[in-house]
Design a protein around this ligand. Structure first.
Ligand code: FDA
Length: 535
């Protein structure tokens, strides 16, 4: 029996509340085999004695903390997965990760890696076959270089932690990544990372200049030792496939002391259809310092009481309100933006604004616990030819019938046009007008099928309007509906091509070549990881 002490500390009341919520809603088929985890503990114990590591980093389903470590915003994956982790390991040292890889291989118990746990399909913490999780939460330091130009960011940090550290250093230091502060750096940077500054500064992954990764042999490599092929693959090729990334070195950006935000909502009876239609011809061409995103959701008209659709035009401008108003007056006067709609603030305040945390203290960004825990499903599409008015009206017919649904239209253009399709694995560059994110959320497990059916019908409807050959998708909005996925993660090249081409287009073949070279035994895998070609 292992001599490792299992961590038994008490939980905070907030976590217990969330945990109870999950227990009330989730039906996990618990099939943990105690033999598996005893063997794994034994193996880790041997390894740790050698590396003299701490022993309070291993959690079994018997630990109170275990459930809180599995807390995720999306309840759906855990409710439908066959397995929950036999063990969760929260490494504190690089040697702990190497030990976990060693034991996973030795005992043939697959390993999943989790940073922020926001994968849309829960692939970092659920599986259909027995497995263990390496949870990177203790690897969360952010070290800014003295000159403020670069930072090393460990992958267990959340975006909120990253932004918080930057804000403490300077009002004008920033990083272009996603909006939600609880998203993890590990998954987000690995798949791209789109945010409110992306038209000016492209993706988080486009700012990676070095990385440290543990490969399938437990070796730690940096950019120089991993080589340019692998370094290319981990900047947009999606999490999991190539190793456990310990940290990324990124270039930071500077922003003006004062930026401007607005959030203007128009419903159908306020000309929303024509405004959304017009936005398609403006949003990817307007000043690079301006990003106007649209959130579309069902609503009730305050004037008629009838069902309607609300279009919220949500925007960040890297400059003062007076300059923004001039640009809008010239290029998108139809929206009717006024001075009263514009709020001037610092960049970090804009992050709080977009996260729905306005006026909260900065430290709220350090909270890793997901807010709004619910069942949900997401999908994505890309648009290169604007929708006709009738196409938009068709979307509204879907939205008004589905409570809890939302579409986001995120504009491209600007900095995206400075990258060729093959510069990184993320191929959606010049020619993309906007990206669509679909989300539908619900509260109880037994409602799942009706909502999934609704979303799949909408996705079918959209086919005629979005990119074709391939119909593109964003790997960070992971969607297991695309293609048939092997639950063991041993997907064939042909099976994987279905989603591989959609996420990566022509870059998929190069990703497969890199995978074949660096991980031919397919140690790092999940249902949609890049497969090696067996010789
Ligand atoms: P998680 O820990 O679940 O990991 C995701 C994938 O990466 C898994 O396959 C995992 O195994 C792998 N992985 C994680 N850490 C790794 C590591 N250290 N090394 C190797 N592989 C690793 N996207 C966006 O572009 N812009 C946005 O604004 C948002 N906003 C947003 C809000 C909310 C509420 C959600 C749920 C999601 C988003 N996203 C997003 C999508 C998000 O970028 C995507 O889900 C990321 O993969 C999440 O990364 P996490 O580390 O949180 O997830």
């Amino acid at each position: 029996m292992s001599n490792i002490t299992r961590n038994q500390e008490m939980e905070s009341p907030r976590i217990i509340t969330l945990f109870s919520l999950i227990l009330a809603n989730i039906l996990i088929l618990v099939t943990s085999s105690s033999q598996n985890y005893d063997d794994f503990l034994e193996c880790l114990s041997d390894q740790f004695q050698r590396s003299n590591s701490a022993t309070d980093i291993i959690y079994t389903p018997q630990n109170v903390t275990y459930a809180s470590l599995l807390l995720a915003q999306n309840l759906r994956p855990a409710a439908t997965a066959r397995e929950r982790p036999e063990l969760i390991i929260t490494p504190r040292r690089e040697a702990d990760i190497q030990a976990a890889i060693h034991c996973s291989k030795k005992l043939n118990l697959p390993l999943r890696v989790k940073s922020g746990g926001h994968d849309f399909e829960g692939l970092s913490y659920t599986s259909q076959t027995p497995f263990v999780v390496v949870d990177m939460r203790n690897f969360r330091s952010v070290t800014i270089a003295r000159d403020g130009k670069t930072a090393w960011v460990q992958t267990g940090a959340t975006l909120g932690q990253l932004y918080h550290t930057l804000a403490l250093r300077s009002r004008t230091l920033a990083f272009p990544a996603g909006v939600c502060p609880t998203v993890g750096v590990g998954g987000h940077f690995s798949g791209g990372g789109f945010g409110m500054m992306s038209r000016r500064h492209a993706l988080a992954a486009d700012h990676i200049v070095d990385a440290r990764i543990v490969n399938a042999d437990g070796e730690i490599l940096d950019r120089k030792t991993m080589g340019e092929d692998l370094f290319w693959a981990i900047r947009g090729g999606g999490g999991t496939s190539f190793g456990i990334v310990l940290e990324f070195k990124v270039t930071l950006v500077t922003v003006p002391e004062t930026v401007t935000v607005f959030n203007v909502t128009r419903r159908l009876e306020e000309n929303a259809t024509e405004l959304v239609h017009r936005w398609q011809f403006v949003a990817d061409k307007i000043d690079d310092n301006l990003l106007i995103r649209i959130f579309l959701h069902p609503d009730v008209s305050p004037t008629t009481g009838n069902k309607t659709v609300a279009a919220s035009f949500t925007s960040l401008f890297l400059g003062r309100a007076r300059d923004l108003l001039q640009i809008m007056e010239k290029q998108f006067p139809e929206l009717g933006l006024t001075e009263q709609d514009c709020l001037e603030m610092s960049w970090i305040e804009s992050e709080l604004f977009f996260s729905g945390l306005r006026d909260q203290p900065l430290d709220v960004l350090l909270d890793r616990n997901p807010r709004d825990v619910l069942y949900y499903k997401g999908k994505s599409d890309y648009v290169s030819t604007p929708f006709p008015l009738e196409g938009l009206r068709g979307i509204w017919r879907f939205l008004v019938e589905e409570e809890g649904s939302e579409l986001q239209f995120s504009p491209y253009g600007g900095a995206f046009n400075r990258f060729s399709e093959s510069e990184t694995p993320f191929p959606h560059r010049r020619g993309t007008v906007f990206m669509i994110e679909y989300v539908v959320g619900w509260e109880t497990l037994n409602q799942s099928q009706q909502h999934l059916d609704w979303l799949r019908r909408l996705y079918d409807y959209m086919e005629r309007y979005v990119t074709k050959s391939p119909r593109a998708a964003y790997v960070n909005y992971r969607d297991l509906d695309i293609g048939r996925n092997n639950i063991e993660g041993n997907t064939s090249y042909e099976q994987a091509s279905v989603w591989g081409l959609r996420y990566f287009n022509n870059n998929f073949r190069r990703l497969v070549r890199v995978k074949t070279k660096v991980d031919p035994s397919n140690f790092f895998r999940n249902e949609q990881s890049i497969p090696p070609i067996s010789s």
